[in-house]
Design a protein around this ligand. Structure first.
Ligand code: FA5
Length: 336
C-alpha cells in the first residue's frame, strides 16, 4: 500500500511539472489524456483493483479517486488561466477599431450626357411631345432624299458621313426620323427623338465625328413660326433656365421654309452674348405633299440641336471631345 501511495504522489508531482511547462490548452488536454481519459494511467490503475485482496480494495479505490480529483483540479485551474490568455490573444488579433474611417465604395453615376438626355426627355414629354426612335444606320433616302435634298445638292456635302454602301449611311441628323413617321402616321403629330449622329468632320473642341442630336417636330392646323418660337423658348427655359432668351435668324435647310438658326442668351453665359444652339423652321410644303399631307390644311415646325451644347453651356465645358473619352476625373464632376 505504501508503494501505491508513493506511485500516486509521483503521478501528482509529474502532473504539476508538466502543467508548469504547459503553454496552451492543447498541452493540458494531452496531460489529461495521459492520466485521466480512456487508457490513461489512473484508469489503468483501476483495472488492477481485481488483483488486490477484497479488504485492500476500498482503500486502493479511494486513493485512485482522490488522485484523479487532485489531478483534475490541477489541470482545470491551469486550463482556465490558459483559456483566458488564448481568448485575450484572439480578441486582440480580431480587434476592430470602430473609430477608424470606413472603407468608401464608389457609387455608380449616370454619364453627364445621359443625365442631359433624361432631362430633355422629361421636359419634351411634359410639353406633350411623344418620344420615338429611328436607326443610327440609316437609309440614304430618309437622311437626305425624303428631306427635300435635290440630287447632288451641295447641302449634302456639309453633312458628309460614313457610307456603308450606296443606300446605307450613318445618319448625319436626327431629322431623318421624319420620313419614317410620315410614312406610317397622319397629323396631328408631335414627336421628338434623341440619339447619336455621325459626320465626317475634322475633330476639334466643338466638332466631333460622333455626337448627339435632339430633333422635334409638330404638325397640325395653323402652325406658324410663332408656335415654334414659343415652344423653343419654353423648352430652353425648362432645360437651361428661366432667364434664357431665344433669337431667330434666317438660315437654310432643304427641309424647312422658312429656315432659321436660333441662338440663346443669358446673363449667366459669356456676358449675355448670343450663342447658336441649332436649326429650325417650318416643315417644307414639298415634304408634306410627298407624304400626302395637304399643306393648305396642315403646317408644321421642326427644330434640332446638339445635345452636347446643353451641358457645355450649363457647366462651362469647353471641349466636347471629353464627353467620349470616359476620363473618370471629368465624369466624376457631374454626380447625378
Ligand atoms: C441639322 O442637323 C438640322 N437637322 C437641324 C434642324 C432640324 C434644322 C429641324 C431645321 C429643322 P446642323 O447641321 O446645324 O443642323 O446641326 C444641328 C446642331 O447639331 C448644331 O447646332 C450643333 O449643335 C450640332 N452639331 C452639328 N455638327 C456637329 C459636330 N460635328 N459635333 C458636335 N455637334 C454638332
Amino acid at each position: 500500500m505504501h508503494s501505491t501511495t508513493e506511485r500516486f504522489s509521483q503521478y501528482i508531482h509529474d502532473v504539476k511539472c508538466a502543467v508548469d511547462k504547459a503553454e496552451t490548452t492543447c498541452d493540458i488536454k494531452k496531460i489529461e489524456d495521459l492520466y485521466l481519459n480512456k487508457n490513461g494511467l489512473l484508469i489503468n490503475e483501476m483495472k488492477n483493483i481485481s488483483k488486490l485482496s477484497p479488504e485492500d480494495r476500498p482503500a486502493f479505490g479511494a486513493e485512485v479517486n482522490k488522485t484523479k480529483a487532485i489531478i483534475s483540479d490541477i489541470l482545470s485551474v491551469k486550463r482556465d488561466s490558459l483559456a483566458r490568455i488564448e481568448l485575450d490573444k484572439k480578441l486582440e488579433s480580431e480587434r476592430v477599431d470602430i473609430t477608424l474611417p470606413g472603407i468608401k465604395t464608389d457609387s455608380g453615376n449616370y454619364h453627364i450626357l445621359e443625365q442631359t438626355f433624361r432631362q430633355v426627355k422629361r421636359t419634351l414629354n411634359n410639353m406633350g411631345f411623344e418620344y420615338a426612335e429611328s436607326p443610327e444606320l440609316e437609309e440614304f433616302k430618309y437622311n437626305f432624299s425624303m428631306l427635300n435634298y435635290p440630287p447632288n445638292h451641295p447641302a449634302m456635302d456639309e453633312q458628309d458621313t460614313f457610307y456603308i454602301d450606296n443606300n446605307y449611311l450613318l445618319r448625319t441628323q436626327c431629322t431623318s426620323i421624319q420620313g419614317r413617321i410620315f410614312e406610317e402616321r397622319k397629323p396631328p403629330l408631335k414627336i421628338f427623338t434623341l440619339g447619336k449622329t455621325f459626320r465626317n468632320e475634322a475633330v476639334d473642341r466643338t466638332h466631333s465625328h460622333t455626337f448627339h442630336q435632339i430633333d422635334a417636330f409638330l404638325i397640325d392646323k395653323d402652325i406658324s413660326l410663332a408656335n415654334l418660337k414659343y415652344t423653343l423658348s419654353t423648352f430652353v427655359k425648362n432645360v437651361i433656365g428661366d432667364d434664357v432668351k431665344v433669337r431667330f435668324r434666317p438660315d437654310f435647310f432643304p427641309f424647312v421654309e422658312p429656315g432659321v438658326d436660333y441662338a440663346i442668351s443669358s446673363p449667366r453665359f459669356f456676358n449675355g452674348k448670343w450663342l447658336e444652339l441649332g436649326g429650325a423652321g417650318l416643315i417644307h410644303p414639298n415634304i408634306l405633299r410627298s407624304f400626302g399631307i395637304n399643306p393648305d390644311v396642315y403646317s408644321g415646325f421642326a427644330f434640332g440641336l446638339g445635345l452636347e451644347r446643353i451641358p457645355m453651356l450649363i457647366h462651362g465645358i469647353d471641349d466636347l471631345r471629353q464627353f467620349l473619352e470616359n476620363d473618370m476625373r471629368f465624369l466624376e464632376q457631374f454626380p447625378s
